[in-house]
Design a binder for this molecule. Structure first.
Ligand code: C6P
Length: 435
């Protein structure tokens, strides 16, 4: 079944009646969206209004073309073939690593390609667990995505069987969805070995004070791990400035392909970590009795890697660098402030997370009195609007907020005020239907 109707011009004049346009602001988003073929599509005979970029971003033509070119012109396995095609693929794969390293101010050998944030964090939890001893603790926050909670929780559970009794602590959030830094200071102590926090919450949009957390962790001799899945697409990331030891993100949220992600680790730390997966391409020498392993990053990339994914992700990064991360942040902050303002002035809507756009990104969760988030998402879909409804893979946080789920509209550089206007109109319609 065709879900999307054939491509069509973006919103017709009748469809955005009454929407005020700030020209400079609109121009940016309008210009960007021209690079994203899917945004020209229509759903149910309505223009596609994509407000679910926190789940996955759409892809610019440049990335789609890079993937096509790779498969049509130089697909071959990397690090293995002694022939021109394989050498070209290897060079492109390693060049992708270089581009991504430069993007976050890391060194090439500090970039490990994974399947995504989830795999990056599982790799870390597994490999770091070998260094933990009895009585150590790990500090997380109440706003973690399951990917940055379950691996550590299971590590702790496993440690009980080994008699290590690792404890997991959760830094509380304040009423307006920020980290309670007073509580952070109580949680992190000299037995803390790992502090692992999200840079930007995928529910509240909160941007956490990573630099401060890094200093706090380091004062106590702990490592700081940053889940940057939601922040990397929206702001400049400099791992040295952040002061983090490890940082994880996914390609598919960063306008790149699915199935590719990154784990950054400081080289001194990667050198000491044991591998996560064993097999081809990660070894130095294999004998029947035992094996020795390659240096990082190869030590952590067992098996045939996702060559096309890495090349596509590097293209996405180059595309973002051309636009400029600062320009993206500035545009999105204005858009977020506008969306927050429009939602906050509506009756029956509760918006979660910091009310101030400067303290957060464009991930906006809200509930509508008397309407289940799933019903809202379904009703909005009738108007071609894609939002997420539910617990957003952050079930413990839902408990803290005292809700079963929320509606989440997540913004990206290709969204416009017009999209927000259509969202608000669709919410009014849903409220009327349920009144
Ligand atoms: N959040 C969302 O709709 P993966 O699935 O491995 O690419 O990313 C996992 C992940 C880790 N941390 C954070 C903060 C995230 O937001 C996500 C993915 C999506 O919120 C899909 S559940």
């Amino acid at each position: 079944m065709m879900i999307l109707d054939p491509p069509h011009q973006h919103h017709s004049p009748q469809e955005h009646d009454g929407e005020h346009k700030d020209e400079k602001h609109e121009e940016f988003g309008e210009r960007i969206r021209q690079d994203f073929p899917i945004l020209q599509a229509r759903v149910k005979n309505k223009p596609l209004i994509y407000l679910d970029s926190a789940a996955t971003s759409q892809k610019p033509r440049q990335v789609i073309e890079a993937l096509k070119k790779y498969y049509e012109e130089y697909n071959a396995n990397v690090h293995r073939g002694i022939y021109a095609l394989s050498e070209k693929a290897t060079m492109a794969y390693e060049h992708a690593r270089f581009i991504i390293a430069r993007f976050i101010n890391a060194e090439q050998h500090e970039i490990i390609f994974t399947k995504g944030t989830t795999e990056s964090l599982n790799l870390l939890a597994y490999s770091l667990s070998k260094q933990l001893k009895k009585g150590d603790n790990i500090v997380l926050t109440q706003m973690e995505h399951h990917s940055n909670l379950v691996p550590w929780q299971q590590l702790a559970k496993e440690s009980k069987r080994d008699g290590k009794d690792i404890e997991v602590r959760f830094i509380k959030i304040t009423g307006d969805g920020r980290l309670d830094m007073g509580h952070a200071r109580q949680c992190i102590d000299d037995s803390t070995k790992i502090v692992s926090v999200t840079h930007m919450s995928n529910v509240l949009g909160t941007i956490n004070p990573v630099q401060e957390l890094a200093s706090l962790a380091h004062e106590h001799g702990a490592l700081l791990v940053v889940d940057a899945a939601q922040s990397v697409p929206h702001m400049k990331i400099d791992v040295k400035e952040l002061g983090c030891d490890f940082l994880a993100f996914s390609g598919h949220k960063l306008f790149g392909p699915t199935g590719i992600g990154v784990l950054y680790g400081r080289k001194e730390l990667l050198a000491k970590l044991p591998p996560f997966l064993y097999g081809g391409d990660m070894i130095h020498e294999v004998r029947f009795e035992d094996s020795t392993f390659a240096d990082a990053p190869n030590k952590f990339e067992a098996g045939t890697p996702n060559m096309a994914g890495a090349i596509g992700l590097a293209k996405a990064v180059e595309y973002l660098q051309q636009i400029g991360m600062e320009n993206i942040t500035e545009y999105e902050q204005e858009l977020t402030a506008y969306a927050l303002h429009r939602l906050q002035e509506m009756e029956g809507i509760t918006v979660y997370g910091p009310p101030d756009a400067a303290a957060r990104g464009g991930v906006i969760s809200f509930t509508i009195a008397g309407i289940h988030p799933h019903d809202v998402a379904q009703l909005l879909d009738r108007d071609g609007i894609c939002v997420r409804g539910g617990h957003h893979c952050a079930m413990p946080l839902m408990g803290v907020l005292g809700i079963a789920g929320s509606v989440r509209a997540s913004l990206s550089m290709y969204n416009t005020k017009e999209d927000i206007g259509l969202l608000i109109a669709a919410i009014h319609k849903a409220q009327k239907m349920f009144s």
